[in-house]
Design a binder for this molecule. Structure first.
Ligand SMILES: [Zn+2]
Length: 711
């Protein structure tokens, strides 16, 4: 075997201003597959990422939710990490650009640029929101297009006539932050004179090694054919970011410290693993691969190589650039319910399906990728369930007692052929042409399944005289299945684990596909993957639509933490006293079975689990409308004595505040407080119903006292 390669891989740092959605996942799944493939091949490969945490947008989000920027980015990071883990995306380090390691590295890069004489100071006049006290980035200004007079256009371009301009050219500009009319104001800015690196950037980007051809051509046609414009790298206070040491009151623009975050996050990895940072970032023996979306091409293919060059770090071996996700041929849309959060997806659908589907679509080009819902269902069911899992589910149970044959039987050359195909499959993975890899793997399955069908092991099963034959056929089928699973393992880590349990063997080397497994027991076959049901996808889309409606109503910026809807967690306890059977047979109260269909009973929990939820009687001492919120009421609840709690409940359409004051309710008293746009919500009211006007709060009989626990 050749010497293992040493490979550092990154995905673009997700911005800490909102949740991960299925569009983002195109990149993280793509990268994770590539990293897993490299590890499977025996290469030393690490996957580095972090949250991108600086900039005006973060500052505004923190302000809107009345928390500090640090609290805001901490919460978002936790959510991002949770969602990535849910999709089996495994980083070797996941950091944050707002860390001391990054600040130190930013200074080091800065000194290198100053020493090279590449920094210049100049005065810049910009629009300024006097009410908010900040300079306005283009997207925070709206006004009338100076070219076609279209109204409500943003400060950089017109979506009616396509013109681009500076925000100061807009007619009747207003600040989107406060609605006030901005004034013009000047401040010093620091510029990087990147033109001095023009020749280097032309050579690097046009060498044919580091970029896809279409990207190299794009850079040549749009930027490199003329002098490169200086890069404005500082922002005056107030700004959430790193203050520039030799320019107090000025901060590095977020695009300075974001890519340096790749190195900072690697440094954290090195500290943890006792590794040396320079061996990853300043070594000719290490490959560096960035995976990014096409929208940030400019930063990663011109500025970032320039920064690495000046600060004397290793240049990227390759920047892998992908397109955007469309759903059913259209841009992801909140109104269509196709702007699906990772969190929402995971509630309803197995991540294995999406990993496989994306793999079957990604071809290493910059084209957009379409998630067609019908194709999604058909493909995962036909390929994964019908062709792959089926191989094992139809044969493994027959060798549960016999075990695998001690010698690999004659299979007409199927195993050898699949072992030889491994090279072509590996090449496809290496070049990020996963769709080709998936096609080649499915061809193996297409050859293996007829073998099983022809030999009909389920018939041999019944003939005691033909048990050897049965064992041989199943040994072949299980081995062909095992090869396919090894080849698919970068895509489907969960299926690998289940196969490992079945075969009692770790599958972690590509080479294992070359040698059959024989003379071993086979464990009891456990269910591996169920069919993808279209209705689960519909539920996911409906829920996304509802989330987005709620967001539009209440303008909660981070949909990662939707308002505490009263119906979200609490449901009425099921009948447990035996009367359910009675109800079913013509009792006057024979209710509809729709609620149970809509929301089936949850998995059984222990008494201890139940006791973790601290339900208390509480009295509504105050109920108020929340201005600008269409669903929420603000409730002040008394738990007796001087203990009160503030809760925002989504019951506005069902209850009049005046009717609530004085009544007893049941509240979840130990739920972690949630910061909302309107204030802190310190619990939840128990209620049933689908929401809107149909919300029914739990009442308690007269005599109960506020503060008493509900058991
Ligand atoms: Zn226009």
């Amino acid at each position: 075997m050749s010497t293992p390669r040493r490979i550092l891989v990154t995905s673009a740092l997700p911005y800490a201003n909102g949740p991960i959605h299925i569009g983002h996942l195109v990149e993280y799944i793509q990268t994770d597959i590539w990293v897993r493939f490299q590890k499977l091949r025996g290469n030393e490969c690490i996957y580095i990422c972090a949250d991108d945490t600086h900039g005006t947008a973060i500052m505004m989000s923190a302000q809107r939710t009345q928390c500090t920027e640090e609290q805001w980015i901490e919460q978002i990071q936790q959510e991002h990490m949770r969602d990535f883990a849910g999709f089996q995306i495994e980083f070797d380090n996941y950091g944050s650009t707002n860390c001391p390691e990054n600040y130190e590295l930013c200074k080091e890069f800065w000194h290198a640029f100053k020493a090279a004489g590449l920094v210049e100071q100049r005065e810049v006049t910009q629009l300024f929101d006097g009410q908010q006290g900040i300079f306005l980035a283009d997207r925070f200004v709206q006004g009338t297009c100076p070219h076609c007079d279209a109204e409500d256009q943003y400060g950089d371009s017109c979506d009616q006539c396509g013109a681009t301009y500076s925000a100061r050219e807009l007619k009747n500009p207003t600040s989107t932050l406060t609605g006030s009319v901005p004034i013009e104001k000047s401040a010093d800015h620091l510029f990087i004179m990147i033109e001095q690196l023009h020749e280097f950037l032309s050579d690097w980007s046009q060498s044919g090694e580091h970029l896809q051809t279409e990207i190299a051509n794009y850079l040549q046609g749009h930027f490199l054919h003329e002098p490169l414009r200086d890069w404005d790298i500082s922002r005056p206070a107030p700004y959430f970011g790193f203050e520039i040491p030799d320019h107090p009151g000025h901060f590095w623009f977020v695009w300075w410290d974001a890519p340096i975050g790749y190195i900072a996050s690697t440094q954290q990895y090195c500290v943890r693993s006792g590794d040396d940072l320079d061996s990853w970032w300043r070594s000719p023996d290490t490959e560096i691969h960035h995976f990014i979306g096409k929208d940030i091409t400019y930063f990663h293919t011109l500025f970032w190589p320039a920064m690495l060059k000046v600060a004397d770090y290793t240049l990227p071996t390759k920047v892998h650039i992908h397109g955007f996700l469309t759903v059913d041929g259209k841009k992801m849309s909140k109104r269509d319910g196709t702007f699906i959060k990772a969190e929402t997806y995971l509630k309803h659908v197995d991540p294995t399906y999406l990993r496989y589907f994306y793999a079957s679509k990604l071809n290493g080009k910059v084209d957009d990728l379409d998630l067609n819902i019908d194709e999604f269902v058909a493909k995962v069911n036909s390929d994964l369930v019908g062709k792959v899992v089926n191989l094992a589910s139809r044969t493994a149970k027959f060798v549960q007692e016999l075990g695998l044959a001690t010698e690999y039987p004659d299979d007409g050359g199927l195993f050898v052929q699949a072992a030889e195909d491994g090279d072509a499959i590996a090449e496809a993975y290496e070049s990020c042409n996963y769709s080709l890899a998936m096609r080649l793997i499915m061809e193996l399955a297409d050859r293996a399944n007829p073998y099983v069908e022809t030999h009909e092991p389920w018939k041999l099963r019944k003939d005691p005289a033909r048990q050897d034959e049965l064992q041989n056929i199943c040994t072949v089928a299980i081995n062909l299945f095992r090869q396919i699973i090894i080849y698919l393992s970068p895509v489907l880590p969960e299926l690998v684990e289940k196969t490992e349990s079945l075969l009692g063997e770790q599958l972690n080397r590509w080479e294992q596909a070359k040698t059959p497994l024989t003379g071993r027991p086979v464990a009891k076959f456990q269910h591996m993957l169920k069919r993808l049901e279209e209705k689960d996808l519909q539920t996911m889309i409906d829920e996304t639509r509802e989330e987005n409606d709620a967001q539009a109503d209440d303008d909660v910026e981070s949909v990662a933490n939707p308002p505490a809807e009263s119906t979200e967690q609490q449901q009425e306890p099921p009948e447990t006293d035996g009367s359910a059977a009675e109800l079913a047979v013509g009792h006057p109260y024979s209710d509809s079975d729709q609620p149970l269909k809509d929301e089936p009973l949850a998995d059984e929990i222990s008494f201890d689990d139940f006791m973790k939820v601290d339900l208390r009687v509480a009295r509504v001492v105050k109920a108020e409308h929340v201005e600008e919120a269409n669903k929420l009421l603000k409730l002040t609840l008394s738990l007796g004595g001087n203990e009160t709690r503030q809760v925002f409940a989504g019951i506005k359409q069902a209850y009049d505040p005046a009717d609530l004051e004085g009544r007893l309710v049941i509240m979840v008293a130990n739920l972690a407080a949630r910061k909302m746009r309107f204030g802190l919500s310190e619990g939840m009211i128990a209620a049933a119903g689908p929401g809107g006007e149909e919300v029914f709060m739990l009442a308690i009989d007269e005599g109960a006292l506020p503060g008493q626990r509900v058991h």
